[in-house]
Write a protein that binds this ligand. Sequence first.
Ligand code: PLP
Length: 392
Amino acid sequence: MNCKKSEFQLDPSVTYLNCAYMSPQLNRVEEAGIEGVRRKRNPINISGELFFSETEELRREYATLINARDPKRIVVIPSVSYGMANVARNLPLSKGENIMVVDEQFPSNIYPWRRLADENDADIITITPPETKKKRGKKWNEKILKSITPKTKMVAIGNIHWADGTLFNLKAIRERTRDVGAWLVIDGTQSVGALPFDVQEIEPDALVCAGYKWLMGPYSIGLAYYGPALDGGTPVEENWINRYESENFAGLVSYNDSYQPGALRYEVGEHSNFILVPMILTAVRQLNSWGIDNIQAYCRELISESVEKLLDAGYRIEDPDYRASHLFGVRLSEDHSMEAIKSALEKENIVVSFRGDSIRVSPNVYNTGDEIDILTEVLISQGRDLLNTPSQ
Ligand SMILES: Cc1ncc(COP(=O)(O)O)c(C=O)c1O
């Protein structure tokens, strides 16, 4: 795969390595959005069929991306918190049982469980990373597996950690959760779209994703997959379009107590958003045509030399088996100063994120080898500068 920078409108004076914050906008996604805005100039452009047809297409396209067999298990959501609220509404949880999460997880995958645990006198078990500089990812994964017990009713986790890219072994976690009868709920926001995910292989009970990062969609629209464990459950809201035969606008007040098939009961009201749906549909189509394997391979190739150089310069980066290539943390050694590094990166117009003692670097297909080289050079020179500074 070659670099796709020409399909975006990034500022050439800025090195943008922060897709984990928000992806830049593909030109064709922007065009789809503008077209969407124009549609409402004249409402006859918005047929009754359009309330359903584009979302259906989006389900099919996303089902291809995550290898889900049944597109009707996929629904449009406005945010991860909404997707998780549907899970919270339906997870059976009793006194003394627990929900397992990992340390410093994104809040949308924490707050719903805190409320649920509180209401049911249940516990949240937080698995912290081991205090080790070597094999941190491997040991963290082992700790997670060991902590899942028959009292665990759900593991809610990302495919990777959002702050430093630590990879969680979802296959092993799925096996263990299945052994004890616990749900596996995944926040795919920082992985799906750049790291292959296979629903048929992992069989999650829910996979919830915001759309504006690795899926390259606009803000305020995401996608959730719900597995058979949620079949027949209760959604967080009751909207007309999720009811059986809602396609028949003339019959809407012949109220219907049953829902559309699959997981469609969980879809957000007004899911047929005539601006955001064509935008994210265009984005997901583009990702499928590039191929997620190819995107991850592109990022791997982009960073591999740089990772070696940074390790030689004393930075710490997770072992390749336990981290992704599209999002990874660069931890500083005692010799480095975060403040100095921040200002050096800022001076060179390099955009990354900072999380605790680590720099979060998140490249994508619009980044070039030269951009990674600039980042590497700035980081290495920081170490050098410090070593050359006489101690006082
Ligand atoms: C891992 C993860 N999940 C979810 C979100 C966004 O959550 P929400 O859609 O509820 O705002 C983010 C945003 O940074 C994230 O990094």
